[in-house]
Design a protein. Structure first.
Length: 318
């Protein structure tokens, strides 16, 4: 796997180790730098990292992190976080306002797997982890996802894809932004949306419009379990042979004996077996077709017949 910088999503390249932290952030966030302003927060089991816009990264205790989060005013930029629910649990605090990278990942790459950690995001997005600090990596991941979203939207517009999922994506984004989604402004910017979609945003949420019509049918009724009487097999054999056929008592006995295979099962998945043998020309084929056809009619189910040679298959077809 080749690591890439998010400023150039389709080419390999990373910030050099000698670059300043500010320069690294600037190259990573690129065109979405203004939309990604604000702190980046990583909460571990025993401490946290807090990175600001200047690239400075501070190690805080969980108590200090909780105090800093609680002191944020409504007008402050919400922090970038990976898995805000887990972060709040580690801080032993209520869920706080944040831009959760997992939410953005799910929007840009729906139904695609990603480990819910900063490292998991970096792996899924093929980001370079050698030359970026952990909090810078969150900014890089956010920028990579927004760039990917912008490029995909542009490709859809060039292809005039008005029937695919991209047709409703702006409306969905507007609906989520109006509902207070923290990623709303950044996602709308990536999609090139500069005005409220209004009514179209409501219709975009109607996912059932994109589902093809289908009809449901009840499952087929399983076949019955009615036995075949020897007398029924003899009568069916007589019908198949016709009134002018030569009388063959042995063939009639053969058909009557084969009915033992159609006795109802006493144990599930343990059918009855009949091993019958007769000389060549004795009429074995019609001998077992007679009881089998009676069973199929009485129980409204199929009977599978397997033959050893193609000649016997031809006889059945005839």
């Amino acid at each position: 796997m080749t690591a890439r910088s998010v400023g150039e999503p389709k080419r390999a390249g990373v910030t050099s180790p000698g670059a300043t932290a500010t320069g690294a952030i600037s190259s990573e966030t690129g065109q979405f730098s203004e939309l990604l302003r604000g702190p980046a927060l990583i909460v571990g089991a025993s401490g946290a990292l807090w990175g600001d816009d200047s690239g400075h990264e501070a190690a805080l205790s969980l108590r200090e992190t909780t105090a800093r989060v609680s002191q944020m005013s409504p007008g402050d930029p919400t922090p970038l976080v990976c898995h805000v629910v887990a972060a709040a649990r580690r801080l032993q605090a209520q869920r706080f306002p944040a831009r959760d990278l997992l939410e953005l990942y799910a929007f840009v790459r729906p139904a695609q797997f990603c480990l819910p950690t900063p490292g998991g995001l970096a792996t899924a997005l093929e980001l370079d982890t050698q030359n970026s600090s952990p909090t810078q990596l969150l900014r890089a991941a956010a920028s990579a996802l927004l760039i990917e979203l912008a490029e995909s939207a542009q490709d859809a517009r060039l292809a005039k894809d008005r029937q695919g999922p991209w047709r409703d994506l702006p409306g969905i984004a507007w609906a989520m932004a109006r509902a207070g989604w923290a990623w709303g402004p950044a996602v709308l910017a990536a999609l090139g949306q500069q005005h409220d979609a209004g009514r179209s945003s409501r219709s975009a949420m109607e996912a059932w419009r994109r589902i093809e019509e289908w009809s449901e049918h009840a499952p087929e009724t399983p076949p019955g379990n009615v036995p075949v009487l020897p007398s029924e097999a003899r009568e069916r054999l007589s019908t198949l042979l016709g009134a002018k056929a030569e009388a063959r008592p042995g063939q009639s006995d053969y058909a009557a004996a084969a009915t033992a295979a159609f006795v109802p099962r006493e144990v599930v998945d343990q059918p009855h077996f009949v091993v019958a043998e007769a000389g060549t020309g004795g009429g074995k084929t019609l001998g077992y077709i007679a009881p089998a056809s009676v069973w199929a009619e009485k129980n409204e189910g199929p009977v599978w017949i397997s033959t050893y040679t193609r000649n016997l298959q031809s006889q059945l077809d005839q």
